[in-house]
Structure formats: C-alpha cells, structure tokens
Design a protein around this ligand. Structure first.
Ligand code: C5P
Length: 353
C-alpha cells in the first residue's frame, strides 16, 4: 500500500423543495432547504502499486525487476488499454436493512465502476490537480481501490449517491495530496450531481440554482427522525419528467426563508417548514399514498424526502423515534424504518495513512 484515506458525508432530507420550470438542459431551478442527516456514507480510497504476477519468494532484486516490468506494462496500457478509472476496484458494504443488505451488495458488485459517482469523484480530483500521485494514478503507475460503506437508502430521495461523491472528493483530495480548496471541491461536486454541494456542506443549508448553489448555512438544534422506507425505489429523473408532464413547475421561487420559518428552523421545529413540490407526483404511487394516509390518520407530520420514496417523520426525541419506528415498520407498505438525527457535520476526512 502506498497511501489510504477515508472520508464520510451525510445524506439529506429536503425540508423545503420548490421546483421551477425546466431549462434547456432539462434541469429545474430549485429553492431547497437541505437538512443533513446523521446517516453518512464512508468512502475509503487505497492507493497501491499495480498488481504483480511474480511469486512471493522472489528475491528483492527480482521483485524490483518485476516492478519495473510491471510499470512499463502499465505505461503501455495507459496508452493503449482501458482508461485507468475503469480499472478502479470498488467494494461496497451495505448497512441499511439487514433483510436485504447482502442481496443489495451482490447487485452493486455488478455496477460499472466508470459510472460510480465515487469513482467519478476520484477522476475529477485526479484530473484537476497536478499532484505527483494524481499523475501517477492517471499513468497507471499506481492503482486505486475504493471501499464504500452505504448507510443511506438507495433510490430513496436521500442523496446516497451524492454523499458517496462528496465523501470520495474529500478522500481523493487527501490521498492524492491534491490540495484542492473547498470552493474547488464544490465546483467539482456540482459536475457530479446537484445535491453533492449540500452533502459536502452538511448542516442545514439553503440552496438555489439547480439546488447546487449553497446560499447559506444554519446551525439548527439536534432533531430526531424516523425514515420510512418503501419496498421499491423511485427514479429521480422519472419523477421530474412526470412533474413536467403535469406542468407543475413554479414560475417564481422563493430565494430565502421568511423570518417566521427561519425562527421555526432555529428552534428545531422543522415540520413547520415542510413543503415538497415533488410530493404530489411521488405520492401517486399507491403504497406511498397509503403510508402517508396512515401517518396523517395518526396526526403525524411527514414529508417525502426529495423525489422519494422515503418518507421522513419527525419525532420529539430518540425514545419517541424508536417507538414510532417499531410501529411503522409493521405496516405492509413499509420495507423498513431507520431512526436518526439531524443535522450532521460537513463531509470530512476521517483518517489517512
Ligand atoms: O444532479 P443529479 O444527477 O443528482 O440529478 C438527478 C436527476 O434529477 C437529473 O437527471 C434530473 O432529471 C433531475 N434534476 C432536475 N433538476 C435539478 C436537479 C435534478 O431536473 N435541479
């Protein structure tokens, strides 16, 4: 091993999600209040010498020769072979729902690394820094391995993929000795996904633009949540497309929180802010409609997280959250429940060596 670094980044729930009209790119202008949640994705990047084929008992001299041959071969591949990022190894550990974690891990093992947001984050950092390690990685003189620990539901509207990207940006910045500043990491993050800057920023943030322009950050007291997971995910692009087909886009969006909502937020009364323009579209699905009706029948405030299908239910404290989670998880429309708190710290480096 040459070096390793591990970073984490939080998932999110949108307390407010106002959606405007799509522009030429198909993306929508948003006004969003992101609340980071204390379920964090962890990404560890390990750099090592390219795999050798020599036997373990080779002399030091032979190893050196083998290493040289290997380096030469790597150089050649860098010119003619697959791009380096397609050869990045990714392993994923899922810690979301014990009933399905192993199955999900097996499905993830077949994903194309080149499409993985964490690998793309590593690629962005390598290509945008002139550090020696970045150059060596791109020349295939060193090899990268990524380990992702997923705790945020997938296709759930909680920015799990964006949190992978945010954590990978921070880990890559450290392990490649890239020395990119926060502004540059946000710029690269925006290219990877609209929610990545919010995952980098953590805390509670107000965002405009595509949801990628963080306007300000609030310090909000700890508050408790039950996240209600559905049996099936929802595709964010499809929810937005459906939203457009119904012509639901606003012509005007807020640009800041009103003083009364700001007061509620600063007092930790997050349910007073709840507003999600995508909710009527996501909640067309029968199971979600039913879960929301059950919650409403119990006078429990709830909001669909982003494009769904995860539903966020605030709770008074940890005890109330656990009791509620236990009850809700027995409903037939519910796959699992997660208890957590908000807000959570910005994306951060956990360790390096
Ligand atoms: O940026 P990201 O890849 O996370 O976005 C996922 C999808 O959400 C996009 O493909 C797009 O369909 C939709 N989206 C949008 N407008 C935004 C953000 C996301 O239409 N501002």
């Amino acid at each position: 091993m040459i070096a390793a670094a591990s970073a984490s980044a939080p998932g999110k729930v949108n307390l407010v999600l106002q959606v405007g009209q799509p522009d030429h790119s198909g993306y929508h202008q948003l006004f969003s209040v992101f609340d980071s949640v204390a379920r964090r994705e962890a990404v560890t990047i390990t750099l090592s010498a390219p795999a050798r084929s020599g036997n373990d008992h080779a002399t030091a001299q032979a190893q050196t020769a083998a290493a040289q041959a290997q380096a030469a071969q790597a150089q050649a591949q860098a010119v003619s072979g697959r791009p380096w990022w397609e050869e990045v190894e990714v392993t994923t550990t899922v810690q979301i729902d014990p009933a399905t974690d192993k199955e999900t891990e097996q499905e993830l093992a077949h994903l194309d690394p080149a499409q993985h947001l964490a690998v793309r984050a590593l690629k962005e950092v390598a290509q945008n820094s002139g550090s020696e390690r970045s150059q060596q990685l791109q020349a295939k003189q060193i090899h990268a391995r990524l380990e992702v620990v997923k705790t945020i539901p997938m296709a759930g509207g909680m920015a799990g993929g964006s949190a992978d990207a945010a954590a990978a940006l921070v880990a890559a910045n450290a392990v490649l000795q890239a020395e990119l500043d926060d502004e540059e990491l946000h710029r690269l993050g925006r290219r990877l996904g609209a929610d990545v800057p919010a995952c980098l920023a953590g805390e509670v943030t107000v965002a405009t633009g595509y949801g990628d322009q963080i306007q300000r950050s609030y310090r909000v007291p700890t508050h408790h949540w039950v996240f209600v997971l559905a049996h099936q995910g929802l595709s964010t692009p499809e929810v937005f497309r459906h939203f457009d087909s119904l012509e639901l886009g606003r012509n005007e969006l807020d640009t800041e929180l009103s003083p009364s909502l700001e007061q509620a937020l600063l007092g930790g009364q997050v349910a007073q802010l709840f507003q999600n323009d995508l909710q009527p579209v996501a909640a067309k699905r029968d199971d979600l409609k039913q879960t929301l009706q059950e919650l409403s029948a119990r006078a429990l405030p709830a909001i669909i997280s982003g494009s769904g299908p995860t539903i966020a239910v605030p709770a008074a404290d940890a005890e109330a959250a656990h009791a509620l989670a236990q009850e809700i998880r027995t409903w037939p429309t519910v796959a699992a429940t997660l208890v957590t708190t908000s807000p959570s710290a910005p994306a951060r480096l956990e360790w390096e060596k």
